[in-house]
Design a protein around this ligand. Structure first.
Ligand code: GLN
Length: 487
């Protein structure tokens, strides 16, 4: 079996027992990336830096000290997370030549664990999208079938893990961008509770919703990455203290006496029949292990998509005001005056989806419309939070499909923004309420593409979610792609 197919846990064992060297391992991954260039997962591959980092990791492994299980493990990072001296583009012409002078806290933490950065991963521009087609670097292809999208906006991250082009990856999730591509690519994706993982160095899309999280091959790996990245960061004012725990401890998949709520709004007519059947099968397996399933209702969920798009676009219109052609980012060189410089730099630097969001957000915040749009959306947001809170008085976990469908075809929704937005119907409410949620692969749809089940919990219940995910994994097994010939 190719070394790149192994989980972090398995690979770490091989590194520690000297069955493989860190440099050799990194080179295997780099070879795999080159062979699978058609997936288009990476926008930047940092070969030299990766080999250097692997050499340092090997020194750590050779030392007598106890090392992290991530030491020497090759990873990919979504290209909206700042990596010092390594280009960070947000897949936008605006930042095409931007090289940060500092690193995100999360990257610093992983570097300290000895993880090896292979490169930066493709995404929808500024993380706005659900298919990784809105990128200046070309669409990402689903590794299960190249005619289909990998999901988005962390499509590069999910496809890289599914195709064994990184042992794990980081993504960001503002309205589903970790969970939806994880579901489409058959890997595990966790959106942590808002504030649990530092956002310092994450290029902002919608600051009250954005969260960084892991994408991994299995649940144990996800827990292991959480151990490295969760925790308070004084550089992020929204980061919380005292909530990180040992996510590997007691990860046994016990679900007896677990009360699972199934909101009927997530099992509606939008849900494809074959996806629904796969989800119900996974739920049955939990029931057979002692969990109780009950139908419940979150009536305001129907307003989650409009509220999400108003709030996220409003915040984006403010966050993206900094790209003015002056301080950093793309600049039009022919502008004759300052107004033209702003106008032309933004016109040429941003893609059409980003412009659509800025326009919507600016409109929603403008005087005269603010009460009717932005403020109303905030009210919906707090009602949704209250509905989740009441549900968690009765249930430990809420389970639902991650997406109404399996991956769709490349180009299928590209010219219909509304259709694209509706793909987020089951994911956005979680961000509005700041809750943790995980997508766990649980089978395949009629077209042979993966289906993910979404488990949603109370704030800081990541351990419980991982445990339930572990049970599903034990019952159903991992979804693995056949390696291409010659790999
Ligand atoms: N698909 C959603 C959007 O386009 C979510 C994006 C995200 O989570 N970054 O806004």
């Amino acid at each position: 079996m190719s070394i790149c197919k192994k989980t972090i846990m398995e690979t770490s064992e091989l590194l520690r027992t000297k069955k493989i060297g860190a440099v050799e391992l990194t080179k295997e991954y780099l070879k795999n990336i080159r062979k699978n260039a058609d997936i288009n997962a990476y926008v930047t591959v940092c070969e030299n830096e990766a080999v250097n980092a692997a050499e340092s990791a090997q020194k750590l492994l050779d030392s007598e000290d106890e090392v992290s299980p991530l030491c020497g493990i090759p990873m990919g990072i979504k290209d909206n997370i700042c990596t010092k001296d390594i280009r960070t583009t947000c897949a936008s012409k605006m930042l095409e030549n931007f090289t940060p002078s500092y690193s995100a806290t999360i990257y610093n933490k992983l570097q300290r664990s000895g993880a090896v950065l292979l490169g930066k991963l493709n995404m929808d521009e500024f993380a706005m999208g659900s298919s990784t087609e809105y990128t200046i670097f070309g669409s990402v292809h689903n590794p299960w079938n190249g005619e289909y999208v990998a999901g988005g906006s962390s499509g590069g991250s999910a496809s890289a893990v599914a195709a064994n082009l990184a042992a794990f990856a980081l993504g960001s999730d503002t309205g589903g961008s970790i969970r939806q591509p994880a579901s489409f690519c058959g890997v595990v994706g966790l959106k942590p509770t808002y504030g649990l993982v530092s956002r310092f160095g994450l290029i902002a899309f919608a600051s009250s919703l954005d969260q960084i999280g892991p994408i991994s091959k299995d649940i144990t790996d996800c827990a292991l990455i959480m151990n490295a990245i969760a925790g308070h960061d004084p550089k992020d004012s929204t980061s919380v203290k005292g909530h990180a725990s040992d996510y590997l401890e007691d990860l046994d998949g016990k679900v007896d006496q677990l009360r699972i709520g199934l909101p009927m709004e997530f099992f509606d007519s939008a849900l494809d029949g074959d996806v629904g059947a796969v989800i119900r099968n996974a739920l049955k397996s939990l029931e057979s292990r002692g969990a109780t399933l009950s139908e419940c209702s979150l009536p305001s969920i129907k307003n989650a998509v409009p509220a999400y798009y108003l709030i996220s676009s409003s915040e984006a219109s403010s966050n993206l005001a900094r790209y003015d052609g002056i301080r950093f980012g793309y600049r039009n060189e022919n502008a004759k005056n300052i107004a033209d410089l702003y106008r032309l730099s933004r016109k040429e630097g941003f893609g059409s989806e980003v412009k659509r969001r800025i326009l919507l957000g600016t409109y929603a915040l403008s005087s005269g419309y603010q009460d009717e749009l932005y403020k109303k959306a905030l009210k919906v947001r707090s009602i949704i939070s209250q509905e989740f809170n009441s549900a968690f008085e009765k249930y430990d976990v809420i389970a639902a499909p991650t997406c109404p469908t399996t991956a769709f075809k490349l180009g299928e929704k590209l010219n219909d923004p509304l259709k694209m937005y509706l793909n987020d119907i089951y994911t956005v409410a979680v961000n509005l309420a700041g809750l943790p949620a995980i997508s766990v692969p649980c089978g395949k749809g009629k077209n042979g593409l993966p289906v993910g089940i979404q488990l949603i919990g109370k704030p800081f219940s990541e351990k419980l979610l991982l445990n339930v995910g572990k049970r599903i994994e034990k019952e159903i097994g991992r979804l693995e792609i056949e390696q291409k010939e010659g790999l």
